[in-house]
Design a protein around this ligand. Structure first.
Ligand SMILES: Nc1nc2c(ncn2[C@@H]2O[C@H](COP(=O)(O)OP(=O)(O)OP(=O)(O)O)[C@@H](O)[C@H]2O)c(=O)[nH]1
Ligand SMILES: [Mg+2]
Length: 565
């Protein structure tokens, strides 16, 4: 070997002590080389032996501690966080209820957004937009896109003579929407992603005298998220995928995302920006202060529930603006002309996330305290990964430590999933089957059901997950039933459904078969059993029954697998 070839690497090694130590000695004789290679070979065997020991120890530890890691997967708005809330409600109800007052802000924002969406839909300006803009401006949820395009009635439809009057009477809600959005959203999202700040929440906890046991979202939950493992490097292609040929975002750590980030801003963002120009917006810090329930709190309502009285005495509390607008809100929602116009525009708010329009007077009451059902319905988008831990003290699951990971399902969140695949015991995959006529918020060209099917296929075919139990929740069955009963036909959105009956029984059976067949065809583990449930995870009673069945199955299969290790 010529000197000039050796020198650069030796020079490099000067700045890299590890590389220097590993380099073969210069002028190594053939015998020395043979001895060195033999020694290296033995060292490698020792190292592999240690790896095997570590693996066995980990399995033993798992057995001894009986640890179960469950990953909730599915597209955005599939119901993952709602399922997590149901686990909480079942296993840590005090913690769940302690958070309820913080959810008030989310519920208010959900309600206000429904109202501003109606006003936007009634606005004469939206009538002049073309088909695509129309759909975008109304957000994606519950808007049907059919190949036949917008019906003529949507363009020259029912007039709402009171529109200007409604707009004037509800003007303060536009400002409120901005304030709540700022309070609850992260800088890069215009959707609510977190509860009001931990400082405020801590104050509430302290007032109740049991602060330390309060698992505020920003302590227990968000800590779990921040404990998250580093995400793998992913490639994001420049070209967005279109409906019909859209690949699924990466879930194996080396796949590619849909490139939907550039489409991520939802229609409401443009509206929000417009509104932002029209109104004076408080800084989020002031707003947080004024919304801080703890600061103005009086007597604790009950020591265990985390409920505080007295917020209604704060003139800045949003409840006052809402309360003052309640009659106009109710009138707007009950107005037959408004309903007719929404129908013409094919905007079914009843099916969208965070729907509270049927409870306006209860929710805007000065002393409103969110119920369990209200909290379950509240829509807060998940960013990153949220961890929830609990253990069960009785029954067959006794002593088992459960860790549930709730991930963000939007396309730009999916790259965070793969690091959690390694230690997972079971996956609960949620597919909202009512969404067959809806498109993704982050990419309005992609049908939601199509995205779910592709995501499902990617999960069930993943080799890393070959030995992981999979439970499938075909979710939002309540909305599916309502949609079918309202006359929406599946075969207009899914040609393969053909002329089968358009009733709930037949449609749900069809989806069960479709998802089951994909699992059967693509699983790398032909012996894996698939557990399928038709769910409406906002329904506490039924979901509790399903959760305990799922828990028992996961434990049983996990024990069986561990015996085989
Ligand atoms: N009617 C009805 N609403 C549901 C059901 N499941 C979830 N929702 C609602 O749908 C919305 C979205 O649910 P989430 O649990 O936040 O969805 P997610 O999968 O966590 O969404 P990301 O965090 O964006 O990934 C919430 O407002 C829920 O209350 C259901 O079965 N029926
Ligand atoms: Mg979520």
């Amino acid at each position: 070997m010529s000197k000039s070839k050796v020198e650069p690497s030796r020079r490099r090694s000067l700045s890299d002590p590890l590389a220097a130590a590993l380099l073969p000695p210069p002028n190594e004789s053939p015998i020395q080389r043979e001895l060195r290679l033999k020694a290296e070979n033995e060292a490698r065997k020792v190292s592999e032996g240690i790896d095997e020991m570590i693996r066995q120890e980990r399995n033993e530890r798992k057995k001894a501690k009986a640890e179960v890691n469950v990953l909730l997967l599915g597209q955005s708005e599939s119901g993952k966080s709602t399922t997590l809330k149901q686990f909480q409600l079942l296993h840590t109800p005090a913690a769940f209820r302690a958070e309820r007052m913080a959810w008030r802000a989310v519920i208010y924002l959900n309600l206000v957004r429904s109202i501003t969406r109606i006003l936007d839909a009634l606005s004469p300006e939206t009538d002049t937009l073309d088909d695509h803009d129309d759909v975008d401006s109304l957000e994606t949820a519950s808007v049907i896109i059919s190949s036949s395009g917008r019906p003529p009635s949507a363009i020259s439809g029912t007039k709402v003579p009171n529109y200007e009057s409604y707009r004037a009477r509800l003007a303060s809600l536009v400002e409120l929407e901005d304030r709540l959005t700022r309070l609850l959203s992260s800088p890069e999202e215009d959707e609510p992603t977190h509860l009001p700040s931990s400082q405020n929440w801590q104050n509430i906890a302290n007032v109740n005298g049991n602060g330390s046991s309060f698992p505020s979202r920003t302590s227990e939950f968000a800590n779990g998220a921040s404990k998250g493992r580093p995400a793998p490097t992913i490639l994001i292609p420049q070209n967005a995928q279109s409906y019909g040929s859209s690949p699924v975002s990466p879930i194996n750590g080396n796949g590619s995302s849909s490139g939907s980030q550039s489409h991520a801003s939802s229609p409401s963002s443009s509206n929000g920006t417009q509104r932002g120009k029209e109104v004076t917006v408080h800084t989020s810090i002031n707003w947080k202060k004024t919304f801080a329930l703890g600061g103005k709190s009086k007597s604790p309502k009950s020591a265990h529930s985390g409920e505080i009285e007295g917020w209604w005495e704060d003139p800045e509390d949003p409840v006052h603006a809402l309360n003052a607008c309640a009659p106009a809100m109710s009138e707007l929602w009950r107005d037959p002309k408004v309903r007719q116009r929404l129908k013409e525009k094919r905007l079914r708010l009843e099916e969208s996330s965070g729907f509270y329009l049927d409870d306006i007077s209860r929710i805007t009451a000065k002393k409103y305290i969110p119920t369990d059902a209200d909290v379950l319905k509240a829509r807060l988008k998940t960013m990153g990964v949220v961890e929830h831990t609990f253990s069960i003290s009785s029954g067959t699951n006794r002593g088992v430590e459960w860790r549930i990971y709730d991930v963000g399902g939007a396309r730009n969140q999916r790259q965070a999933w793969a690091p959690y695949f390694e230690d997972v015991t079971a996956i609960i995959f949620l597919a909202p089957i009512s969404a067959f006529d809806q498109v993704l918020t982050e990419d309005p060209r992609v049908n939601r059901l199509e995205d779910s099917l592709l995501l499902w296929k990617a999960v069930v075919s993943n080799k890393l997950l070959a030995n992981v139990n999979i439970v499938l929740f075909l979710n939002k069955c309540d909305l599916l039933q309502a949609k079918l009963e309202a006359g929406v036909r599946l075969n207009q959105h899914m040609v393969s459904y053909g002329d089968r009956p358009n009733d709930y029984e037949s449609v749900s059976k069809y989806f069960r078969h479709k998802f089951g067949a994909l699992h059967q065809a693509y699983t790398p583990n032909k012996g894996r059993e698939l557990y399928v449930h038709l769910t409406a995870v906002t329904d506490t009673r039924r979901t509790a029954i399903i959760i305990s069945a799922v828990r028992d199955i996961i434990i049983k299969v996990n024990l069986r697998n561990m015996k085989l290790v």
